[in-house]
Design a protein around this ligand. Structure first.
Ligand code: LMR
Length: 342
């Protein structure tokens, strides 16, 4: 005989079990897919704002089924580590600068580092929004990475604690560069002593004199407060710095098709927003650097800029076997750049 107490205990337990079972599928269905998006720059930059916009649109377009968590400012990982983290799946999304893909073995990306190869954003977009850009992104797949989009930052300025007016002024200046052999060659071409360093370590290296100067789009210079430790900026616009937004391929391929479609739409919208912000932010940042009064901002004359170009463009030929001459030639064809006309 089972006692009345035992029967009621059994009934209560069964009811509790049934209630929890009823909750289970709902709980699982509601758990959002989390995308960790790590980057190394400040929140208040073109990439930082683009990432926030993407997070917002991804949540809206998937009706909360995707949650993008943005980790700015090398909070999670520094330059080199973030690539490894992406490949291992510890983060799902990154937007490293194009200069940072060569260490993965995709050296063609260093084509974007070639000095003076793009005359402005119009030239650049012919590549990043055209077939050459698409075929470069495709090359990342063998590394377990899917390229979703290119996001702009901007054209770089040089900075140091001495005026950088003439090519000779660069001789012997120690400058921080991103880890790119093309940037190394570009700097050596004008007598700079280049030093590869993580972005997150640059401000301190400038402040303590480990390096004398660096190159940046104005938005990065300003948001990292580098102008506070650099007395002179020269608006050389000698090269471009932009990003590839990338995801872990296994993660991306494993997403439900409707989610992938919504995220693709969110990315297309974010690319437009990020590019517009980049254009405006770099102008604003330069104005703010000037207004700070801490740095002298010099714009080289056409003649001075031409001499810099003449000194740097031989790097295209020098780096052709590393990057692939076909990639360089394809860009020349699309943009009309002619290195012989110097
Ligand atoms: C740098 O290292 O200078 C840049 O790649 C930082 C960034 O992500 O814009």
């Amino acid at each position: 005989m089972i006692s009345r107490d035992a029967t009621s205990l059994l009934r209560r337990s069964l009811l509790t079990l049934a209630a929890s079972a009823a909750l289970l599928p709902t709980a699982f269905a509601q758990a959002p897919i989390v995308i960790k998006f790590s980057h190394v720059v400040a929140v208040d930059t073109p990439k930082g704002k683009g990432a926030e916009f993407f997070a917002k649109r991804a949540a809206e377009l998937t009706k909360g089924r995707v949650k993008v968590e943005v980790y700015p400012n090398s909070q999670l990982y520094k330059d080199k580590e973030e690539m490894e983290a992406l490949q291992l799946g510890s983060v799902q999304m990154l937007a490293p600068s194009l200069s940072k893909f060569a260490p993965l073995g995709v050296k063609e990306f260093e084509v974007f580092d070639l000095p003076f190869i793009f005359d402005g954003y119009d030239d650049l977009h012919k590549i990043t929004q055209g077939p050459v850009g698409a075929s470069l992104l495709k090359k990342l797949e063998t590394r377990g990475i899917t390229g979703l989009a290119y996001w702009d930052n901007g054209f770089k300025v040089m900075s140091a604690n001495k005026p950088l007016k003439f090519v000779e002024d660069y001789k012997g200046v120690k400058m921080r560069i991103q880890s790119s052999k093309v940037l190394d060659a570009q700097m050596r071409a004008i007598g700079v002593v280049p030093q590869v360093m993580a972005f997150s370590e640059t401000y301190q290296a400038l402040q303590t004199g480990v390096v004398d100067g660096t190159e940046n789009p104005p938005s990065n210079l300003f948001t990292q407060k580098m102008h506070e430790v650099q007395k002179h900026v020269s608006v050389t616009n000698h090269g471009y710095l932009g990003y590839a937004v990338v995801v872990n391929k296994k993660f991306w391929d494993g997403l439900p098709a409707d989610i992938r479609a919504a995220l693709t739409k969110a990315m297309a919208e974010s690319t437009k927003v990020a590019d517009d912000i980049a254009f405006q932010d770099n102008q604003d940042a330069l104005a703010k650097v000037k207004a700070s009064g801490k740095t002298t901002v010099y714009t080289p004359t056409n003649a001075e800029r031409f001499l810099l170009k003449k000194a740097m463009v031989p790097v295209h030929k020098q780096m052709a076997s590393r990057i692939g001459d076909d990639t360089i030639q394809e860009i020349y064809k699309v943009t009309g750049f002619d290195p012989t006309k110097l």
